[in-house]
Write a protein that binds this ligand. Sequence first.
Ligand SMILES: [Zn+2]
Ligand SMILES: [Zn+2]
Length: 283
Amino acid sequence: MPVNDEMCEICEVWTAEDLYPCRVCTRVFHDGCLREMGYLRNDSVQELTETAHTSMGWSCYYCDNINLLLTEEEMYSLMETFKQCKIIPESCLGSDDFLSYKHFVSRQLFDEQMTEEMEELELGQFSALDPEKRGQIEWADFLYHESIRVLEKFRSQNSLVRLLTAKERERARASFTALDQDKDGLITGGESKKAQHTWFRKHTKESQSCNVRLVGLCSPVLNFSISHVGPISESSPASSGSGKSRDQDENRQVDWLEFLKENAIYILAARPNSGAVHLRPPL
Ligand SMILES: [Zn+2]
Ligand SMILES: [Zn+2]
């Protein structure tokens, strides 16, 4: 396992006191320093102290914020699109705002009209982002969601792999090794796809489910992962006739590098502490 830093990221002091490691990068922190800087609200102090030293782990404020992975240009164009759609940063979005934004993006970026089916998928994502059915989604959740989509759409698989940290590669390596039971360096496409769900941390406590930031990764990332067979998601009725190509996809041979490429976007999407409790995994 990659070695953690020795000194607290914030105060740069080494003390014998307990330092909490990030599960993504090598930074370590004092809980007191995090609180003092306002990076930890009272309700997240408990999460930090309970999870940071477990296999579930805790993501620091750099790694928790997927939006930081975007380049200046990507961020600029995302913000321009928000502006054109009259989406006001830091405010909540209703399903109408969300849908009209999606329509705009579909027209502008892909030069296509959203079909009814696509609209339904987007609404599904909206409800995944709104588990309490309040009729609106938080700005932070929306920004997280759109940032993932920017990465998924505009970055190559290789560049996504380059975003992974040593810890993330290590964890992926362990998963791959566990799947490769006959040790020939190859697993199946089906196994690789199943692994895409496993990066997301499982929260067990009911009390936490009310303030989780969630992910509605249904169609876009799925399209990404099966982009070679076309733009129709596997779960859609329209693709049910392609059972043969699905079998081929399930049985194809996947080596370590291919596995890493196919899983990179999901590993990144799973970085936030509160991510993915409501993940709707592609089936
Ligand atoms: Zn400190
Ligand atoms: Zn970190």
